[in-house]
Design a protein around this ligand. Structure first.
Ligand code: PMP
Length: 402
């Protein structure tokens, strides 16, 4: 029956982990996947998460199904975290929200809802480049996927004039525009607040629909409210945004799959109708979401002490990454005098650095130095620590010198 099924290519990101696992060299380093590691290179379970789990255990929760849209308290708190307590549509009760299978599931629910109910052509604009899963998520949901300019390989910065031109003149009215709320993956380059304001104005003028993907709230700056600037600015300007939230990175809940999808609507009556249709989209997909992770996140978000502890742990993760950026820059520039300009390693934001290493160099690093990253030269800064950063820098130096 399946003889005509062709073998598919490995996932460009998760495939890196498979190659890493197969490597037996003790010096090996995996900078492919975007999961935080502590200063010893170990996966990190946040203390606030451990405490929340012990509170939960004591409360002996049952294993009943959650509603289709998940734990209501959790989505309420997730939305508050993103939009801010002073958000006008939040106060008005016009934000429709549902729990989701982490950020990926939020994007997928959003794309499926828009595919069914957005009353315009199903065209989405993604930044060039974007997280690798954005294209298949929107394509599999029935969207035509196009790109807007984002990264400038010449300056290793934002190609802002071209970005504006794409949104102003190339994107047809009513196109959906996917925006990374903060800590753009894979480039680590975010618009400035002034640039965000211009993008918001263009979206309004051109009637573009902003769909925010917020997978790193707190991870960019260490402050959850500063990282929500773009989302809150757009909403304050009257945009009715869509938003995908993930708690994978900022609470370290990767495998628990905790996220939320929300849509700003015009009024509570419209919200109620959207709520009902979100249920109709979700029910045949997976019926209802898993409970445990949402309970953990909700315990943290609703308890002042745990919330404060969480904020300081997010800041700790963000700061360790910033420290690794400074150190890597220092070793390459001052100690090894590696050819090239490496300032972008310090200036980029969030978990990743887009190093500028070429495909051949990344292949050579894997083969000769047992150092693994995605083929586009993206490294997860969180994979670096005091024990491996010098070996990593020396390996990069070797690959650059050829
Ligand atoms: N969007 C972006 C930009 C991401 O980097 C990620 C995580 N790699 C996600 C969404 C979703 O991840 P998850 O489904 O694990 O929350």
């Amino acid at each position: 029956t399946w003889s005509a099924v062709p073998a598919g290519p490995p996932d460009p990101i998760l495939g890196v982990s498979e190659a890493f696992k197969a490597d037996k060299d003790p010096r090996k380093i995996n900078l492919g996947v975007g999961a935080y590691r502590d200063g010893q290179g170990k996966p990190y379970v946040l203390d606030c998460v451990k405490k929340a789990e012990s509170f939960l255990e004591a409360s002996k929760p049952d294993k009943e199904y959650l509603p289709i849209t998940g734990l209501g308290e959790f989505t309420k708190n997730a939305v508050k975290l993103a939009y801010g307590v002073d958000s006008a549509p939040l106060k008005d009760g016009s934000i429709s929200a549902t729990q989701s299978i982490s950020g990926t599931g939020a994007l997928r629910i959003g794309a499926a809802f828009l595919a069914r109910h957005y009353p315009h052509a199903k065209v989405v604009y993604l930044p060039n480049p974007s997280w690798g899963n954005h294209t298949p998520i929107f394509r599999d949901s029935g969207f035509e996927v196009r790109k807007y300019a984002y990264f400038d390989p010449e300056t290793l910065g934002l190609k802002f004039e071209a970005l504006k031109a794409d949104l102003l003149t190339n994107a047809p009215e009513h196109s959906v525009v996917l925006l990374h709320a903060c800590a753009h993956n894979p480039t680590g380059i975010d618009p400035t607040p002034e640039q965000w304001a211009e993008i918001s104005d263009i979206c309004k003028e051109r009637k573009l629909f902003p769909f925010f993907d917020m997978a790193y709230q707190g991870f960019a700056s260490g402050s959850t409210s500063r990282d929500a600037f773009a989302v809150r600015h757009f909403v304050s300007q009257g945009h009715q945004i869509a938003l995908a939230q993930s708690f994978a990175k900022n609470m370290g809940l990767y495998g628990e799959r905790v996220g939320a999808f929300s849509l700003v609507t015009s009024d509570p009556a419209e919200k109620a109708r959207v709520d009902s249709q979100l249920k109709i989209v979700i029910r045949p997909m997976y019926s209802n979401p898993p409970a445990h992770g949402a309970r953990i996140a909700n315990t943290i978000l609703s308890n002042d002490e745990l919330y404060a502890e969480w904020e300081s742990e997010v800041k700790g993760m963000a700061n360790r990454i910033i420290d690794m950026r400074e150190k890597l820059y220092g070793i390459l520039t001052n100690d090894l005098k590696t050819p090239g300009e490496w300032g972008h390693i310090k200036s980029q934001i969030g978990m990743f650095s887009f190093t500028g290493l070429k495909k051949e160099q990344t292949a050579a690093l894997a083969e000769k130095a047992h150092v693994y990253m995605t083929a586009d030269g993206r490294i997860s800064m969180a994979g670096l620590n005091a024990g491996n950063i010098t070996y990593f820098a020396e390996s990069v130096d070797g690959a650059v010198r050829g």
